[in-house]
Design a protein around this ligand. Sequence first.
Ligand SMILES: [Zn+2]
Length: 265
Amino acid sequence: MVANFFWGKRDGKKGISWIAWRDVCKPKSQGGLGILTGEELNKLGLIRTCWKLRENDNLASSIIRDKYLSNRRSVNFDRGSHCWRSLGIGWELLKKSLRWEIGSGKNINFWNDWWIGPKPLRQMCSGPLQEEEENWTVAHVLNNDKQWSLNIPSTLILEIKNSERIGEDSLVSNWALEGGKMDSQSILKVLRGGEDREGDWDWLWRIKSHPKLSLFLWQLWWGRIACNENLAKRMATVNPHCCFCPSSIETPDHIFRHCIRATEV
Ligand SMILES: [Zn+2]
């Protein structure tokens, strides 16, 4: 539905989807427009619900928070109503975007929870883990001088050895805004697997121009504008040649660089 709205209608017919929707939804730095997919919107909604339950001070929120959304790891969200299972999905997603502050370290999984560095250690190391290693807690490793089987980046090893321990294990956010509001953009970066890295397309969005022109340049850079060559590929009836240069195919490059009309400008 969003895609249909985006590509519009012409003469009552559905507009042409010039670029695959999965590419349109990619971050701007990677060639998309950063539009949220339905799945991402759904996940953000679930995370927001759990975040509000953690932050609100009313009685219902505090009961659910203290009983189920605390640092305990044994709550079973697999059984129950659709609403309950959705809450479980939201809570797991929220935990992934929260960072642990180490207290005893007994509640924190050494590899899979985010407690040091920019993301969970498991995402920074490749290779298989032994079953026993998979379940190590931070306390287990720090108190027993363990040797791990995967190569952890050297900068992190020192950080792990010097990690501070404060009170109880607790989940903290790097993205909470003033007044307990949630920064959806930061959460989205976590959902999409880390920081939005610098990409080949950033130059396009640094150009100061009217949004419509930026959008046209974006489409042009993909080579998917409504030139005769592209129209002919989608509608067999269109002549792919340029109406000013009958011997040339009207490609995006032809329109802006080689067409006799373009050279006159
Ligand atoms: Zn031409």
